[in-house]
Design a protein. Structure first.
Length: 175
């Protein structure tokens, strides 16, 4: 079963916490009922216009604005957790049953545990690679002791001109 709505929060809501795609079922139901009523009224108005108008106007109205069918009915809201699992203590109500919780139900579906250390290591590698650049065939004068400073100045200017991160150091290949 699916749960509708955001999870409950332990802190006050802020503007950034509001989920744009979430609408309470009661509000959605009211909107749906309102749309159904408006559809019926529009269809009645259109039918009365077709009856009272001339044949030419009636034909044009039929061609441009066909009568709309009723919207499909909507179902009842679906909850992720059965009400009995939420509001009763399974240990006291049925001592032979195991404790039912969302965490236990979710852990059953997991095939293997998640290794957070390996995820953190991979993220660190990606972040390191994301902040490095290799420039091939850059002119190089091995006799100039200020070559790295000149390259750093060049790339600093280049980066700021093109909206790129400014380099902090230049490392030359000694070959």
């Amino acid at each position: 079963m699916l749960k509708h709505g955001p999870p409950s929060l332990k802190r006050a809501l802020t503007d950034s916490d509001i989920i744009d795609g979430y609408v309470a079922y009661e509000d959605y139901r009211k909107l749906y009922d309102h749309v159904v009523k408006l559809t019926h009224h529009i269809n009645e108005l259109q039918a009365s216009l077709m009856e009272s108008a001339s044949a030419k106007v009636s034909e044009r109205l039929t061609n441009t604005c066909p009568i709309m069918p009723d919207p499909l009915p909507i179902g009842q809201p679906v909850s992720l957790i059965a009400q009995d699992d939420v509001f009763t203590d399974s240990v006291t109500s049925n001592p032979t049953s195991t404790i039912k919780s969302y965490a236990n139900a979710a852990s059953i579906g997991l095939t293997k545990s998640i290794d957070t250390l390996s995820i953190a290591k991979e993220a660190a590698k990606i972040m390191d690679k994301a902040t490095r650049a290799v420039v091939e065939r850059m002119p190089d004068n091995k006799d100039d002791p200020d070559q790295e400073k000149k390259d750093l100045d060049f790339f600093t200017k280049f980066s700021s001109t093109h909206g790129l991160p400014v380099p902090s150091e230049i490392m030359k290949d000694k070959n």
